[in-house]
Design a protein around this ligand. Structure first.
Ligand code: C5P
Length: 222
């Protein structure tokens, strides 16, 4: 049995992409596989936490013993997260929420015509920023996937969304990012520290992230 160092904790994890429908056939989304978030949910459960996993559409099985709430759109994800977040002392937001959604969803399939087609998009709510503004003592962890200026962009998100830590991955690097079983990340903290654990399996990285969350928790209760 793993060390039950999360016993008594409730951990809310989000994972996977969101899907924003254009019409009954098509959608706007991204390459997120959900593997990182599911690994975190499994690890947290193994270490004794009560885990709520809010998942976008992915091809992964609900982890044993984890309450999995399946959603499609960013708005559904926000509603699921906001209705449960007060219970959680730890929030890990690894979902790749679509930043934009079509302004209108067509009720029937959009037919092809000769000219170009434009689809107007509007901003989705930023779930993590909302949590960051309203958190009361919870440790809130974000993720950032970037192709450019990784540390600068991740640092800005850490500040702007009022997070305790952010896990940044350079999706341009081989061995990092979508649909792989490994990841290469940098972890940024409020005090300016940056940790670089090197290439790891997503399962080992999940435990590493939880170790760091527990360290932050023990410091904040000193
Ligand atoms: O998309 P962005 O790079 O800002 O994502 C950084 C973090 O914010 C991720 O943890 C992601 O889950 C979260 N996020 C969110 N709602 C959004 C966009 C991002 O919760 N609409």
């Amino acid at each position: 049995l793993a060390r039950q160092d999360l016993a008594g904790e409730t951990v809310l994890v989000t994972a996977g992409p969101t899907r924003e429908e254009i019409d009954p056939v098509r959608f706007v989304s991204n390459h997120s596989s959900g593997k990182m978030g599911y690994a975190i949910a499994r690890a947290a459960r193994r270490r004794g936490a009560k885990v709520i996993l809010v998942s976008g559409p992915v091809c992964l099985e609900s982890p044993y013993g984890v309450e999995t709430v399946r959603v499609k759109t960013a708005v559904e994800m926000r509603d699921a997260v906001m209705s449960r977040v007060a219970e959680a002392g730890i929030v890990v937001k690894s979902a790749a929420v679509a930043d934009y959604r079509p302004v209108k969803r067509a009720g029937s399939k959009i037919k092809k015509s000769d000219g170009a087609l434009s689809i107007e998009l509007e901003k989705n709510p930023d779930i993590l920023a909302e949590i960051g503004q309203s958190k009361q003592g919870a440790i809130v962890v974000g993720f950032a996937a970037e192709t450019d200026d990784l540390l600068a962009n991740a640092g800005k998100k850490l500040e702007k969304k009022n997070l305790d830590m952010i896990v940044a991955n350079d999706i341009g690097e081989p061995g990092a990012g979508f649909d792989l079983d490994t990841n290469i990340v940098r972890i940024l903290y409020r005090d300016g520290r940056v940790e670089e654990p090197g290439i790891m399996s997503k399962d080992n990285l999940a435990d590493f992230i939880i170790d760091r969350i527990l360290l932050l928790k023990s410091r904040s209760s000193d």
